[in-house]
Design a protein around this ligand. Structure first.
Ligand SMILES: Cc1cc2nc3c(=O)[nH]c(=O)nc-3n(C[C@H](O)[C@H](O)[C@H](O)COP(=O)(O)O)c2cc1C
Length: 432
């Protein structure tokens, strides 16, 4: 375990874990132009973050678009990454790309290009897409689910890594005297031929500054965790309590050891939503304010998606308890019930949905900069997480506040570095 914690910024706009982010009075409205991306990137780098993380989706849900919920509009993550790379020099860049809707070749090349062009700062967040809404635009993609989806994912990542390694480190000769640009005897085609995935190769790019991009994973099912333990350099987790985080981290690291990996090199980032105020009471008032920017219709739409129950036809004052009665309770519902505690009996479906939609059950860390830093340092010190994925309530102000009010105290507590020590993402993460 490192004695320094790691920080990532969750760059999901116009809203992410907080469903009202685009309606926050301090949020940007220029979600489409590069100026906004540049501002977010510079803010994260000024605060010495290890990486900016860019999620992905290709599904359309009318209610999400209407209410500006997560991924209501979605730039191509690789294009956003290229913009971030162009205006920063140290910030790592996590790019989410699906194994379901890409071929290993184009995905390997996109990420290898970004890793070259950024000087070795790129990570791939590997996702396996599920559900008909995702597949609607990819009629030739085979719709798999459960463990088989991850079996295909294993093959896909094997093929991508083989492509990344298809050039030896010294294959690029560039000898102007002899006229040899590259040595084909040092380049080999993987000729990967699996059950689900095939690609000949080699790639048309030499190894990247990091050898190859860092791999991020966030699977949570037992098979998803096996997959993360096999491939992940970084694991993202959303857990409500430090005890749950600790259990997940221990499980992942045990699974990684069973696969012969050095588990101490795997970095578990816990998603948290800091709400920072000049005083504790201002921070609490800010947390309460977040509720007011989510309409009942938006909250119910958002919660329905996660609960996998359509509550959108119900009157907003129907009791929450009766709304969930008779339905199977998935993780979103059982965790919301835990959070609501004794309030569960006298809360309406819309109030419960809004509560869920303030953070998607990502833990809220509320207080002054000092208090937030102390809480994060405590979670880190307990061994529950190696780092934190900071999810914003408004853009880009949440990251500015965190950089100004929290980072200096993390540094004072000795758990965060004062400056970047290397230039690649692997060097920031201590996995060079
Ligand atoms: C912090 C975090 C970020 C994630 N980002 C994405 C994403 O951008 N796109 C996506 O389709 N899934 C994303 N996921 C979902 C995971 O990839 C995964 O599907 C989910 O955790 C369920 O895991 P399972 O498929 O093993 O049950 C994310 C999960 C977490 C915890």
């Amino acid at each position: 375990m490192s004695d320094q914690l790691f920080l990532g910024g969750y760059v999901l706009f116009p809203s992410g874990h907080y469903a009202g982010a685009w309606r926050h009075p301090y949020s940007s409205r220029d979600w489409l132009g590069r100026g906004f991306i540049h501002e977010v990137a510079r803010t994260l780098e000024a605060a010495k973050f290890d990486l900016a993380f860019i999620p992905e989706t290709v599904s359309y849900r009318a209610g999400f678009v209407q209410h500006g919920l997560s991924n209501a509009i979605k730039h191509d993550p690789a294009q956003v990454a290229a913009q971030i790379a162009a205006v920063t020099t140290h910030l790592g860049i996590g790019v989410t790309l699906s194994t379901s809707f890409n071929e290993p070749y184009n995905l390997a090349r996109t990420l290898a290009s970004l890793d070259h062009l950024s000087g070795g700062r790129v990570a791939w967040n590997v996702i396996q897409s599920q559900g008909p809404a995702n597949y609607a635009n990819f009629p030739r993609a085979e719709q798999l689910s459960g463990p088989e989806l991850y079996d295909r994912g294993d093959e896909f990542v094997e093929a991508v890594v083989a492509l990344w390694k298809s050039w030896d480190a010294d294959a690029l000769v560039q000898d102007q005297e002899t006229g040899v640009f590259a040595d084909p005897s040092l380049i080999s085609a993987p000729n990967y031929d699996g059950k689900y995935v095939s690609v000949a190769g080699p790639l048309n790019l030499p190894p990247t500054p990091q050898g190859h991009p860092v791999i991020i994973q966030a699977g949570d099912s037992p098979r998803g965790r096996e997959f993360g333990a096999r491939w992940g350099d970084v694991i993202f987790a959303i857990e409500r309590t430090p005890a749950d985080l600790r259990a997940k981290k221990d499980d992942l690291k045990a699974k990684a050891r069973a696969q012969g990996r050095d588990a101490d090199k795997i970095r578990l980032f816990a998603a948290v939503q800091p709400i920072i105020g000049e005083t504790t009471s201002i921070a609490r008032a800010r947390r309460d304010f977040l509720h007011t920017r989510i309409t009942p219709a938006a909250g119910v739409e958002f919660f329905s998606q996660f609960a996998r129950i359509d509550f959108t036809g119900l009157a907003h004052d129907v009791s929450y308890r009766s709304a969930i009665e008779g339905h199977p309770w998935n993780r979103a519902i059982t965790q919301l019930n835990e959070l609501l505690g004794s309030r569960i009996g006298n809360i309406s479906i819309s109030e419960a949905a809004i509560e869920f939609s303030t953070s998607e059950l990502t833990p809220q860390i509320v207080g002054t900069g000092v208090e937030v830093a102390e809480q994060l340092a405590e979670i880190f010190g307990s061994g529950a997480a190696d780092g934190f994925l900071i999810t914003p309530t408004h853009f880009p102000g949440s990251f500015e506040d965190f950089g100004r009010a929290v980072v200096p105290h993390l540094q004072r507590l000795g758990v965060y570095r004062k400056d970047y020590e290397g230039t690649t993402l692997r060097s920031h993460l201590g996995i060079a």
